[in-house]
Design a protein around this ligand. Structure first.
Ligand code: IVH
Length: 682
């Protein structure tokens, strides 16, 4: 090949590398992609083809290197030039103030000390070495002195620059940070694992660790890992003196200029009290972040002061990790009870040795269904790891097999309903076992009444779960319609019930009689008919007789109603006892106005919204319901018909799609403004 004919592929390859590196940085670090994924893939394939044809074009900083390399026999060892330290922990404000006092004392300084605050990411520490701007080595922390060489693996992580951007970096630059798996990526990975019948990961940290320690980096390349830089390590050679400013926060800013992802929540605060405020603020935001954190790291912001303070054994004196209450704890599975829900679903509930986790004492956790018990391989008497994050219900995430006692016993699923002793059956293709007793079953009856009275249904103020249970147990009511024939003396006779509360309850029952068709349908508790479907049914058919008489074909014409839901609705109205219950309620005075009149002028009628990402001020499910209440349709995917996408942090493919299609995008604040402007009180 002549010198001149290779020049064209050379310059095209150079051009592609620049473009791909830029797209990669925009996608993984700035979270602001400029081109659709298909365009990126096209450019990458073009570069791969050129490199295959002209191997001399290959270089270690080529974006093609991110797809992984052939498997290694084992990881080599790396000695850290500067040890990778750990952090001391504080578990409350007093320990934080004590840390600040020690810092003042050592520095002999009485004025406020400025601190840098950063979330403590729950992943794995990594060291990245750059020589003349080129990534030459990636290593785990190991024991702090020696780690494992994971260069091939770190190359596959999109937010790690293969070559530093900008200028002015030291010729030897070690960057340290955390490799972690964002929550959305973790959920997707586990879903894929489940679909393939492979092992699911217990939490994002384990998934990150398992993904990073792959001898086959092509597997790492498929895992959604990110790396966030939080410090520098070894620095030498050109620019080593002047490249980095004095404060930690401005140093990290410099790392961002060179292409690294740094944490968006990072802040400098003037003193320890402001650190405590930051801790509270981030604690409230914790569940809405797109990644797991287990605390906040506070660092004396001035590097000069950091150097004066130095280290003790394995931790610096200038930093501390203020930990949140643990979200995972180990405890013992004492027993499993089976609860029967409104639709007869029999759910195994773990009775646990009480344990403090996620800020509350937990003694019960759902085990979901038979498949979940099999997946966990859990037995009675096992030590289990329980996780409670935010307001999510506690979960048993895994079993500590090392601690299994010799007499651990299998969990036996009941053949008969524990409440009414009707047979329990599991239909083909379903994972849920159900009691076949229907409304004969006291548990199903109680749940049906609770649902009927709940806020989104007929909203009977003051009729809580405990009261429903008492009313059923005392045989004062057996079905929903009986609520409306309750008398004052019957209610007053109940435990802890005063005359005033009893009068209020009767009054609330009276008020609840005036409802809407949509709420009434929802209140009936038909399987799979949630608020949105009930609203669609009411809107489509306009009146109850039309719904009760509809066949499955006409039901399927309604928004959100597929064949399965159509079958449930049809089936419900075929059952004489359900029709009797409906008639009984109407006789008792339950009524609603003509639907068309009420729904015609809804402000967001005809507009389609998509809600994606995480929100901090409103639950995503509530946002959807509020939009639907205003007449909007809330869809699960973005299309050209979408009117607007509401995107919180950690929004992924849906946001990208909206950007591609030029659909309007608003954030959570704008959503709240929109809802409030239509009179929604939040
Ligand atoms: S600074 C000498 N900053 O926490 C300072 N560490 O318990 C060392 N970590 O091994 C670390 N987020 O893996 C620092 N923003 C952050 C961090 C962070 C997570 C991890 C890190 C370290 C461990 C110490």
């Amino acid at each position: 090949m002549s010198q001149s004919s290779i020049l064209i592929p050379f310059s095209r390859a150079g051009d592609l590398k620049i473009q791909l590196t830029e797209h990669n940085h925009r996608y993984y670090v700035l979270d602001a992609p400029q081109v659709p994924d298909v365009e990126y893939d096209r450019l990458l394939r073009e570069l791969q083809a050129l490199e295959q044809q002209f191997p001399e074009l290959k270089s270690s900083d080529s974006p093609t290197q991110r797809i992984g390399a052939p498997p290694l026999e084992g990881f080599g060892s790396v000695s850290h030039e500067i040890p990778m330290l750990s952090l001391d922990n504080a578990f409350n404000s007093d320990e934080m103030r004590e840390f600040d006092r020690r810092v003042h004392e050592r520095l002999k300084q009485s004025s406020d000390i400025e601190y840098a605050c950063e979330p403590k990411l729950d992943g794995l520490a990594v060291s990245l070495l750059y020589r003349d701007g080129l990534l030459v080595r990636g290593a785990t922390r190991g024991d702090g002195q020696k780690g494992e060489n994971i260069t091939q693996n770190v190359r596959t992580i999109g937010s790690i620059p293969l070559r530093l951007s900008g200028a002015g970096y030291p010729s030897v630059l070690e960057v340290r940070g955390e490799i972690y798996m964002p929550k959305a990526g973790f959920d997707k990975l586990n879903q894929n694992q489940r679909d393939k019948g492979e092992k699911v990961f217990v939490n994002p940290r384990n998934a990150a660790a398992g993904s990073l320690r792959q001898l086959d980096s092509r597997i790492t390349a498929t895992r959604p890992l990110e790396m966030c830089a939080y410090s520098t390590g070894w620095i030498e050679g050109d620019n080593s003196e002047q490249a980095l400013p004095d404060t930690h926060t401005s140093r990290l800013q410099r790392l961002a200029d060179w292409g690294f992802l740094i944490n968006a929540e990072m802040a400098a605060v003037p003193n320890i009290e402001a650190c405590l405020d930051y801790f509270d603020r981030l604690g409230k935001k914790r569940d809405a972040l797109g990644y797991d954190i287990d605390g906040i790291v506070f660092k004396v912001n001035s590097h000069a002061l950091q150097q004066q303070l130095g280290f003790v054994s394995r931790a610096p004196r200038w930093a501390i990790a203020h930990k949140f209450p643990a979200q995972e704890e180990i405890t013992e599975l004492l027993d499993v009870e089976f609860q029967v829900g409104r639709t007869g679903a029999v759910t195994p509930v773990a009775r646990l040795q009480a344990v403090f986790v996620g800020g509350v004492t937990v003694s019960n956790a759902t085990l979901h269904n038979r498949d979940e018990i099999a997946r966990l391989g859990v037995k009675l008497g096992d030590s289990v790891i329980v996780r409670r994050a935010g307001d999510v219900i506690p979960q048993v995430v895994s079993v500590v097999l090392d601690k299994r006692p010799a007499d651990a016993a299998d969990i036996i699923y009941p053949l008969l309903c524990p409440v009414c002793e009707s047979p329990v059956e599991t239909l083909a293709g379903e994972t849920v076992a159900r009691c076949t007793g229907g409304l004969i079953c006291g548990a199903q009856r109680k749940e049906a009444i609770k649902h009927f009275a709940s806020r989104k249904a007929l909203d009977v103020d003051g009729l809580g779960d405990k009261l429903v249970e008492q009313l059923v147990d005392e045989k004062l009511i057996a079905a929903v319609a009986d609520l409306y024939s309750l008398e004052l003396n019957q209610i007053v006779a109940l435990d802890r019930m005063g005359i005033k509360s009893a009068e209020n309850l009767l009054q609330a029952l009276n008020v609840s009689k005036n409802t809407s068709l949509a709420k009434f349908i929802y209140a009936l508790g038909i399987r799979e008919v949630g608020e949105a479907t009930a609203r669609s049914l009411a809107k489509y058919f306009g009146n109850l007789p039309a719904i009760t008489a509809a066949d499955q074909e006409s039901l399927k014409k309604v928004d959100d109603v597929g064949p399965i839901v159509a079958h449930f609705i049809f089936d419900f109205f075929q059952q004489p006892h359900n029709l009797e219950a409906v008639a009984g309620l109407q006789e008792a005075g339950v009524n609603w106005p003509d639907i068309e009149v009420a729904e015609e002028n809804l402000p967001l009628e005809g507009l389609s919204y998509v809600v994606t990402g995480t929100f901090s001020q409103i639950k995503r499910a509530d946002a959807k319901v509020q939009l639907q209440n205003l007449g909007a349709k809330v869809a699960g995917s973005v299309s050209a018909k979408t009117h607007c996408v509401i995107a919180g942090p950690a929004a992924g493919a849906k946001l990208t799609k909206a950007q591609e299609l030029g659909v309007d995008i608003i954030d959570e604040d704008a959503l709240l403004v929109l809802l409030r402007s239509h009179g929604v009180s939040l």
